[in-house]
Design a protein around this ligand. Structure first.
Ligand code: NDP
Length: 283
């Protein structure tokens, strides 16, 4: 029987670390880190994510500002708001909740955020930093995935890690972080032949696809570590991951549930990144 990784408990520990750090920074610098979150329009899922991020910031004691902008805001007007936050000495982190309405070019928006305030780690300068092994802000979900894996205390050297999904925000950065831990990494995607065989060769399997219960127990090597990044609404209306938990759990050694796995860790790592941005700006 696989052991279930408690992402909620782990994220609580990270948020408590951040809380202590906020107090220390307030004492040392006379000011708390401040995260600005921009939400454009009224996408219900985005509103939930932003609410959770602001609540996490409040828990840690850091400052946060929520900028709610109308769905029909022009691209230039949004870019101006970002530039103003870039120039604001009291703002340490800037997050623009994605997706944006279709008339706004997301790439332009990401590029406009000052790299040293880019808490999501999506700016090309941070992406390059990650791949070149330079100091950078690591995207929150991939950082959460490896924090979960690190918490198991296993040496990944010589292990085969398979990442299913090759998006810029999850799959690719997760693969690089596993490579940094000396795993031998394979990235699978929609054109991969025999996904089952590829997954079955994994000692560590990270799935970030966005397809409910795509990976089933028969695709998992006995004893593998399974990290499920997916967030989907199943046919039964319930939240579920990209891994079929019921069939996977008896085969895996460790497995993350959905909800309560990677999701809470993403928000906790956002808090960590805000601290990193604050510290980066003190130098
Ligand atoms: P994207 O849609 O950007 O990428 C999905 C990837 O999955 C693509 O690389 C795609 O391949 C691949 N894929 C699609 N279908 C298959 C298939 N049948 N077999 C193998 N690979 C396939 O998604 P994201 O990376 O943004 O997100 C993935 C999931 O993670 C989503 O459910 C999302 O909601 C969730 N998520 C969760 C977060 C959290 O905090 N827990 C944060 C961010 C995302 P190809 O490139 O060939 O098209």
């Amino acid at each position: 029987m696989g052991k279930i990784i408690d992402g909620k408990a782990l994220s609580q520990a990270v948020k408590d670390e951040v809380k202590a750090e906020v107090e220390r920074l307030q004492a040392a610098y006379g000011r708390k880190p401040c995260l600005a979150v921009i939400i454009v329009g009224e996408n219900p899922a985005s509103q939930v994510y932003v609410r959770n991020k602001v609540a996490a910031a409040a828990y840690t004691g850091m400052e946060s500002r929520k900028l709610e902008l109308p769905a029909d805001i022009g691209e230039e007007a949004l870019l101006q708001r970002i530039r103003a936050l870039n120039d604001d000495p009291d703002t340490d982190g800037i997050l623009v909740q994605l997706p944006l309405p279709s008339h706004i070019d997301e790439e332009k928006v990401i590029d406009a955020i000052a790299p040293e305030k880019d808490v999501d780690g999506f700016h090309p300068e941070n992406v390059a930093g990650l791949w070149l092994g330079k100091r950078c802000i690591v995207p929150c979900t991939p950082a959460g995935v490896v924090r979960i894996i690190d918490s198991l205390g296993l040496d990944l050297a010589g292990k085969h890690a398979v990442v299913v999904g090759r998006s810029n925000i999850v799959g690719k950065p997760v693969a690089k972080l596993l490579l940094d831990r000396n795993a031998t990494v394979t990235i699978a995607h929609s054109r991969t032949a025999d996904l089952g065989a590829v997954c079955r060769s994994a000692d560590v399997l990270v799935v970030a696809v966005g397809k409910a219960r795509l990976v089933t127990g028969d695709m998992i090597k006995p004893g593998a570590i399974v990290i499920d990044v997916g967030i989907n609404r199943g046919a039964d209306g319930k939240l579920c991951g990209d891994v079929d938990f019921a069939s996977a759990e008896p085969v895996a050694s460790w497995i993350t549930p959905v909800p309560g796995g990677v999701g809470p860790m993403t928000i906790a790592m956002l808090m960590k990144n805000t601290i990193a941005c604050f510290l980066g700006r003190q130098e």
